[in-house]
Design a protein around this ligand. Structure first.
Ligand code: 5GP
Length: 198
């Protein structure tokens, strides 16, 4: 997605060889126009999959998920990282190791909002080692619902998550794929160049 790549190039800050900061449009301040375009693109990519609900993880997954769900005409559920006093219903829970916080968190969602009949599209802001997406897939499995795919705003292709999820058979669609963050520079995966090399 060109608009997203331009935004990453203009405003993304490389914090290390493995971490990109995009807090001016996705992780802290949010660019609603960009989120709307992201929603349209995910909706286009998954429109044939019969999605009944979008599932994400608080908080950075919520903005792109809401815009996608709006386009698809379905609700969004976000898994919570902390147990809330108001979250009194039966909970589906799993443990996720956080790449950025380097600690394990319990994530939960009320089983009221994930039903056996649901066809779930999981959306997240970043894909690194795949722990967040696998945790969400685990909640879907616990609910007895069906996973139809995983939409990722920014995939860091040099980390193992994408390959792991695709090998497991998930349909994974990423809107920007980063090949490397080495030397403080963002390099995108260039599919056209790959195609030409073959
Ligand atoms: P994974 O679970 O795939 O290892 O990591 C994905 C999660 O970690 C995402 O939900 C995201 O919040 C966070 N994350 C992973 N890599 C980055 C990164 O380079 N920048 C930011 N801002 N968050 C990241």
């Amino acid at each position: 997605m060109e608009l997203l790549k331009k935004k990453i190039e203009a405003e993304g800050r490389v914090l290390s060889d493995a971490v990109l900061k995009v807090d001016s449009f996705l992780n802290h301040q949010i660019d609603p126009v960009l989120m709307q375009e992201i929603g349209k693109e995910f909706a286009r990519l998954f429109k044939m999959d019969g999605v009944t609900k979008v599932l994400t993880l608080e908080s950075s997954g919520i903005a792109p998920s809401v815009m996608t769900a709006l386009e698809l005409g379905v609700p969004v559920v976000f898994a919570r990282k902390r147990k809330s006093l108001t979250l009194t219903d039966d909970l589906l829970t799993t443990t996720v190791y956080s790449f950025t916080k380097q600690e394990s968190n319990e994530i939960s969602v009320s089983n009221k909002f994930l039903q056996k009949s649901d066809r779930i599209l999981v959306i997240d802001d970043f894909l690194a080692n795949g722990q967040a997406a696998l945790g969400l897939a685990n909640l879907v499995e616990k609910a007895g619902a069906q996973m139809v795919g995983i939409g990722i705003v920014i995939e860091k292709s040099f980390q193992e998550g994408g390959e792991k999820l695709r090998k497991l058979g998930f349909k994974v669609e990423s809107l920007a794929e980063i090949a490397s963050l080495a030397n403080g520079k963002v390099r995108f995966v260039n599919h056209r160049a790959e195609g030409m090399a073959i």
